[in-house]
Design a protein around this ligand. Sequence first.
Ligand SMILES: [Zn+2]
Length: 306
Amino acid sequence: MKNMKQAAGLIAAGVMVLALPATEVAGQTPAGAQTWASVAQGLEEERGNEALQRVPPFKVFDNLYYVGVGYTGSWLLTTSDGLILIEAVDQRYADQVARNIRTLGFDPNDVEYLIIGQAHADHLGAAKQFQEEFGARVGMGEADWTFMEETAAAGRLRADAPKRDLVIREGDTLTLGDTTLRFYSTPGHTPGTISYEFPVVDGGTRHTAFVFGGSAPAGGLEAAEQFMASVTRIEQMQDRMEVSVLNHAWQQMDPQFWSRVDRLQARKPGEPHPFVDNARFRAWIQESKAEATKALEAARAEPAGR
Ligand SMILES: [Zn+2]
């Protein structure tokens, strides 16, 4: 009913702002670039370049929008009973998430949950704001809450920490309206990294989307072992994962990410959805597994106690 409330309020205010159909955001590119692909490298590397980083938000699926900035991804998942925010960008651009949600015609107050896959500062920027100002429940893996609190207490967290809230564990599900998220504990990048799957919809066709919460191992033997176990776990599910919802749209994770946006915005009716790509998902998991192998070998080669 939230959507109706929102629409009524906006009509009463004399402004008709509803979620934009895909055609109205089509063709927008960052900082006047010809294509998204042409600035892919800048989006990844020029992190202080505000004009470039504050990319226009866009619709990817009927129920999924990109609301992040260039180098750190944030996504808005719409349901029949409110919104779910996926990741909260770097502190430097924390204000951009709510702005993008409004640009798309949604209300940040309708964000019921914010899910953080890894407790690093570049995924936590807007978390405190969404918790305090917009009343969203913030969810993270149990060990990541502790990890974040310890990092903050040591003065090393370069983000405003949200208060401990939803603790997400292996096998948990979260249902909001017509949408269910299924969570997996996948430590290794951080002690409590979580990954999860949920359905996305393209013109009535459902696809399975997956968020890999942290796709590179942290240093040390324990993290390398955890990461190998996590990647092996995801590998067992890889055949049914069709869409990667990236928390960083980096070349290493998907060299095609930004050109997919170009293709999406030029897509004609009946053409396949450029983000549905199980082959790329499987390739990425194999690349991550190779990383895990390297990290394990390196960690095992270290003299004990180092
Ligand atoms: Zn990280």
